[in-house]
Design a binder for this molecule. Structure first.
Ligand SMILES: NC(=O)c1ccc[n+]([C@@H]2O[C@H](COP(=O)([O-])OP(=O)(O)OC[C@H]3O[C@@H](n4cnc5c(N)ncnc54)[C@H](OP(=O)(O)O)[C@@H]3O)[C@@H](O)[C@H]2O)c1
Length: 260
């Protein structure tokens, strides 16, 4: 039995399912988490049958305080080494700040920021001690600028990008790699959960989840990149806004986010 595994959060849907499939295809054992236990079970059985790997599931709600520690302890109890951590679980919420539901935004901060930070700390410390490991934090192209009408979501992703770049620097010579994945609009369950409805954001060409994940996995395993932006259009956008006044960029984002 291979006792080195990839731990993937948000593995019940979208990018998380693709991460599970593509690491399984590379013969890694997996530990999968999300709230939807049935979906995790189904995926685990499918990947074990197809690839002959070990897939463990740890159903958890990462918006609940203490869940990240439970996941870390569950992985320890399984006696597998988390060689790779994919901090992918996350969600957004569309709407004017004064109208959006505060509890949803607080839960979002718990999942997108707090749990991600805790998991990076728990697993990262072990990786540094072992002098080996990789952490991929799923941010977004939303990380590069403020996002009117999804203000909290964009701010959470700016945090994820900043944290990842700082840790990549701190752990540069430690044998531990940290990278941030910054996808643009991608076909997953994200736009439904975020209540994006007819927002223009998802009407002007989306990437497929398998394409995004293929680029992410290749970059994580084969390059030294800290910021991974999949897709030519997303790369162009991420680079071009660096030279524009920030207020102007913010107004453009608002226009792109507005409903048709
Ligand atoms: N799709 C896009 O356009 C896009 C673009 C840029 C970045 N991203 C980022 O990509 C990541 C994956 O999202 P996706 O696009 O694949 O969306 P998705 O299909 O909605 O998947 C989100 C995943 O996160 C999990 N999750 C949500 N809340 C959770 C909670 N409280 N506790 C535990 N798990 C939770 C969900 O599982 P359960 O519901 O089963 O708990 C699900 O597996 C997110 O961080 C998102 O911000 C997406």
């Amino acid at each position: 039995m291979n006792n080195k595994a990839v731990v993937i959060t948000g593995a019940s849907s979208g990018l998380g399912v693709e991460f599970a499939k593509q690491f399984a295809g590379r013969n890694f054992d997996l530990v999968l988490t999300a709230r939807s236990e049935n979906k995790l079970n189904e995926l685990a059985r499918e990947l074990e049958g197809k690839h002959g790997i070990n897939v463990h599931i740890v159903p958890l709600d990462l918006s609940r305080s203490g869940s990240a520690k439970k996941l870390y302890e569950a992985v320890k109890a399984l006696e597998v080494t988390a060689e790779i951590l994919i901090n992918n679980a996350g969600f957004g919420l569309f709407g004017e700040f004064e109208d959006t539901e505060m509890q949803k935004e607080l839960d979002m901060i718990e999942v997108n920021i707090t749990a991600l930070t805790e998991l990076t700390k728990y697993f990262g410390k072990d990786m540094v001690a072992r002098k080996s490991g990789k952490i991929l934090n799923v941010a977004s192209t939303a990380a590069f600028q403020p996002g009117p009408l999804m203000a909290v979501y964009y701010a959470t992703k700016a945090y994820v990008l900043s944290l990842s770049e700082a840790l990549a620097n701190e752990w540069n010579d430690s044998g531990v790699k940290v990278a941030a994945l910054c996808p643009g609009a991608t076909e997953t369950g994200f736009s439904n959960t975020a209540e994006l409805g007819q927002s223009k954001l998802f009407q002007s060409g989306v990437m497929q989840a398998d394409e995004v994940v293929a680029q992410a996995v290749k970059s994580l395993l084969e390059t030294n990149k800290t910021v991974i932006v999949p897709g030519f259009k997303n790369k162009m956008l991420a680079n071009s806004i660096r030279f524009m006044p920030r207020k102007m960029v913010t107004s453009v984002v608002r226009k792109v986010q507005e409903r048709i």
